[in-house]
Design a protein around this ligand. Structure first.
Ligand SMILES: NC(=O)c1ccc[n+]([C@@H]2O[C@H](COP(=O)([O-])OP(=O)(O)OC[C@H]3O[C@@H](n4cnc5c(N)ncnc54)[C@H](O)[C@@H]3O)[C@@H](O)[C@H]2O)c1
Length: 315
């Protein structure tokens, strides 16, 4: 599969590393509004200073949109309207109408549309799915969850450089958390109980804090959980706890480990980090999933719609 990149910023660097580690995928072209960004590219990749030119001339099979979140809609729509395949960094866009419009545009043209939910491919998430599927621990039923995504993007009342290109605590991190939950429980059974957001008019972001309370079904029982996103805690802390009848598993998405506490047993810690940066591990998972779906000529539109519906419901 040949990929072209739109937006050569911070995240593109990790994406390029992951592409070089994934069989069957190759970076062939790239575009950025800032021509100086071309310096980041390997020599074999063609840089285009104009997106329309790239969409007309590149032999890429798909175009990965890694521009700031508020531009995803406009850029992804351009790709689709040129009858080319778009892969978009999560979140797909910043409101429900834009998600609906992109989906309609892609479906009308019978084009795949793939959203890159990179945190859901964290090694700790993959690891817990394996443990659960192999029934390695007697956990009992899942009864609840708590997923916290905190970034130090608002300090001393001001947004930090890390917030550049992001839309808001809830829009950006809520999508991450929900995509992880989609791999750990039946996301289609989830519905919103309540949403609580903090927006500060003097700060140029949609919200600095956001919380969603959800209910979900598991084996005909109802469970409850919280997604908690925050830019004001001053720390990089990303953890999902899953409470089962017989214990709790804590997945640390920032440090890549799993911590298991089962009733009557000592706490067990499983270190899942590798020599690669966490974000490279994530994108290796994204590209493995993408190439598999591409071979089957399919995408993750339906999953993307469920995640964004739950995300925007809380606003
Ligand atoms: N930085 C992270 O840790 C991180 C992690 C996961 C996902 N993301 C997501 O990736 C996306 C990009 O984030 P980033 O941190 O790499 O941002 P960034 O600001 O570092 O890079 C964005 C790049 O896009 C270019 N650009 C802006 N508008 C453009 C347009 N209309 N057309 C072409 N190029 C354009 C900019 O010149 C810049 O080089 C965001 O949606 C963000 O939420 C970022």
């Amino acid at each position: 599969m040949r990929i072209a990149l739109i937006g050569i910023g911070k995240i593109a660097n990790y994406q390029m590393q992951a592409i070089s580690h994934t069989k069957g995928i190759q970076l062939v072209g790239a575009h950025d509004l800032d021509p100086l960004r071309a310096e980041e590219l390997p020599g074999s990749v063609v840089f285009y200073d104009d997106l329309n030119k790239m969409l007309q001339r590149s032999d890429a099979d798909a175009f990965l949109v890694s521009t700031p979140t508020y531009t995803h809609f406009e850029v992804a729509m351009k790709v689709i309207e040129a009858d080319r395949v778009a892969i978009v960094e999560k979140p797909l866009s910043t409101n429900q109408q834009q998600v609906d419009d992109l989906m309609t545009a892609a479906r009308t043209r019978k084009l795949p549309l793939y959203t890159a939910f990179h945190p859901s491919y964290g090694r700790e998430v993959e690891w817990w799915r394996e443990q659960r599927d192999d029934e390695n621990f007697e956990m009992g039923h899942l009864i609840g969850f708590e997923s916290c995504f905190s970034d130090p993007y608002c300090m001393d009342g001001k947004l930090t450089l890390g917030a550049v290109g992001k839309s808001g605590a809830w829009i950006d991190s809520g999508a991450s958390s929900l995509s992880i939950l989609a791999r750990l429980l039946d996301i289609e059974s989830m519905s919103l109980v309540d949403g609580r957001m903090t927006a500060i008019p003097s700060l140029n972001c949609a919200q600095v804090q956001g919380l969603g309370i959800y209910r979900f079904k598991t084996n005909d029982r109802t469970g409850y959980g919280i997604v908690d996103t925050n830019w004001t805690l001053g720390k990089n802390y990303k953890t999902t706890r899953l409470w089962y009848e017989n214990g709790v598993i804590e997945l640390d998405h920032a440090k890549e480990y799993g911590k298991l506490r089962l009733e009557g047993m000592e706490e067990l810690v499983f270190n899942l980090a590798t020599d690669k940066p966490r974000l490279v591990n994530h994108y290796c998972g994204v590209f493995a999933n993408l190439t598999e779906l591409f071979e089957q000529q399919t995408d993750n539109k339906e999953l993307c719609e469920v995640i964004h519906r739950l995300l925007f419901a809380a606003l």
